[in-house]
Design a protein around this ligand. Structure first.
Ligand code: SAM
Length: 258
């Protein structure tokens, strides 16, 4: 590429992703805040708003890592239950599965759950697993989210097919991912930030320049908003749409299984 990054062969990709997240797991949360200036929190809030979770739902958060999305889904359900019908909530068995390929990320997530007083919460279930080969049954989920995860899977189509398979009719797919900025001046600024600032900050804060260079490279390779939307439709989803946040730095894609 024009920036001199080496091409990553597909076979190497899964292993690299594993390495990246093992080395990153411990300072992962700090890095998220530093790199996005805290904005990833708002983006995740927006993702959950888009999902519109409800008491009693079975939800699957894939590439759920340290639980950021799952905690928000649970909070949102609890708030909604308190507002609408607290007595009803107690009867409903809400279940949120957090699925991640890296056990270290799940460990950090479990620890954070106990710190939040959710250690014994039966609604949260942590599952080690691959987005491309989920262990959940067909038509078993009301919702599926994936935040900053699909970019890392080796075959995006397989992950989408699995999302479609595990969702039941009426189930919602919502994906938050770093995407593409097209506005001219902003694009140049963003490219500068990506290619110079991110790897440098990665080196200083996490002591790991390579992982963050890989991050930037993986963003560049990820399909454009429109192409990704057509891939989601190709997997069978209907009502596919997307919303760009800050000019496409991130995008939220959604679809429904009908
Ligand atoms: N969703 C979390 C968030 O937004 O904070 C974590 C995002 S983190 C950038 C990407 C996560 O994807 C990592 O925890 C990594 O272990 C996981 N991951 C990578 N490939 C995966 C796969 N094939 N299946 C499931 N999880 C995967």
């Amino acid at each position: 590429t024009s920036f001199g990054f080496k091409e990553v062969r597909e076979e190497e990709k899964s292993q690299m992703v594993g390495n990246v997240f093992s080395s990153v797991a411990s300072n992962y949360d700090v890095m998220n805040d530093v790199m996005s200036a805290g904005l990833h929190r708002l983006w995740k809030d927006r993702l959950v708003e888009e999902l519109n979770p409800f008491p009693g739902m079975k939800h699957l958060d894939v590439a759920g890592g340290t639980g950021d999305v799952a905690f928000r889904v649970l909070d949102s359900i609890k708030r909604r239950a308190l507002r609408d019908a607290p007595e009803h909530y107690l009867q409903e068995e809400t279940t949120i599965y957090v699925c991640d390929i890296n056990p270290k990320m799940l460990d950090v997530g479990k620890k954070r759950a106990s710190e939040r007083g959710l250690g014994g919460d039966r609604s949260l279930i942590w599952v080690e697993g691959d987005a491309e080969a989920l262990t959940f049954e067909d038509n078993s989920m009301d919702g599926y989210t994936i935040a900053f995860g699909i970019r890392n899977v080796t075959h995006i189509e397989k992950a989408l097919a699995e999302a479609y398979r595990v969702l039941r009719r009426g189930g919602r797919f919502v994906c938050l991912e770093l995407s593409h900025v097209e506005t001219p001046v902003f694009k140049q600024l963003y490219d500068y930030y990506s290619f110079f600032v991110i790897p440098a900050v990665g080196e200083v804060v996490a002591g790991d320049r390579e992982s963050y260079q890989y991050l930037v490279e993986s963003i560049r390779r990820f399909p454009s908003q429109d192409i990704f939307a057509s891939m989601i439709a190709e997997a069978g989803f209907q009502k596919v749409e997307y919303e760009n946040l800050i000019g496409g730095v991130v995008a939220i894609h959604s679809g429904m299984k009908i």
